[in-house]
Design a protein around this ligand. Structure first.
Ligand SMILES: O=C(O)CCC(=O)C(=O)O
Length: 259
């Protein structure tokens, strides 16, 4: 796949772009089966890293990550040519995987406060993420909202790792609904947020994050550092919001009682 001029221009202006119908329906089916397997692993203590949140309907899985080396189908997709070719075009060189996750967003699952991913991604300063929706992502179930203008660099974050409130007010935000088969690609300077899922169905999506290969391979170090930080700091931010990221941007609640 190569990006057409319109797609490329949108990327340059916005720092994000949506590619329609880029993934075959059969691959989406395989990804859904694979994500069900991850969910089963989560209930049995791994493998992979899994995080739960409290919703009004009870505890639900919020995120699975660090599975590309232990789930063959996901590993092939995540490191395969479909995404690799697009990223080579956007980075101007081959990409290497930095991290991979699934956000499940079950009914009542938390949204994310406005942030740049750069605030949470250590060791290399610029990344590109590919969101692969497995369910339709809509305004009602908490699709991504992006700032319309590209940011050329990290914005100094507030003490929670979020975009400061004054700047949130100044930016123009646009919802970016997506269908299974689409890819939503954004760089780590693209401010984005999402709302809670107000529908009765989950809104599952893969988020696959890469950096330019010439900058180095930091995935192992990233996960070692993240696990150590979670062990040190605990599973929540002040018992108010569950810790699923090194930044305090996820608005989901900790499971009560803790699991
Ligand atoms: O899945 C979402 O709703 C937003 C995800 C997000 O912003 C993140 O994981 O950093």
């Amino acid at each position: 796949m190569t990006l057409d001029a319109e797609t490329r221009a949108h990327w340059e202006v916005s720092g994000w772009v949506r590619l329609r119908a880029a993934v075959e329906p059969a691959t989406i089916d395989d990804l859904r089966v694979a994500v069900d397997e991850l969910t089963a692993w989560a209930g049995n203590d791994g493998p992979g890293l899994h995080h739960f949140e409290q919703t009004d309907h009870g505890p639900r899985i919020a995120r699975s990550e660090h599975f590309a080396d232990v789930h063959p189908m996901l590993g092939r997709f995540v490191r395969g040519p479909l995404i690799g070719d697009v990223l080579t075009e956007l980075f101007g060189e081959p990409a290497v995987l930095f991290k991979e996750k699934v956000n499940y967003k079950h009914p009542g699952g938390g949204g994310f406060a406005p942030h740049q991913d750069a605030a949470a991604y250590r060791f290399v300063d610029h990344h590109i993420s590919v969101m692969v929706p497995l369910d339709p992502a809509t305004v009602a179930n908490g699709c991504l909202w992006f700032a319309t203008e590209r940011q050329p660099a990290p914005i100094p974050a507030d003490d929670r790792g979020r975009v400061p409130a004054e700047l949130v007010e100044q930016l123009t935000w646009r919802p970016v609904p997506a269908r299974p088969g689409d890819l939503v690609i954004f760089d780590s300077y693209a401010p984005h947020y999402s709302e809670t899922n107000t529908t009765r169905q989950p809104r599952r999506a893969l988020y696959l994050t890469y950096n330019a290969a010439s900058r180095g391979d930091f995935r192992r170090r990233y996960y070692e550092d993240k696990v150590a930080e979670f062990e040190r700091e605990g599973d929540s931010f002040g018992n108010a919001r569950v810790r699923i990221s090194v930044s305090d941007d996820f608005l989901g609640k900790p499971v009560s009682p803790p699991r």
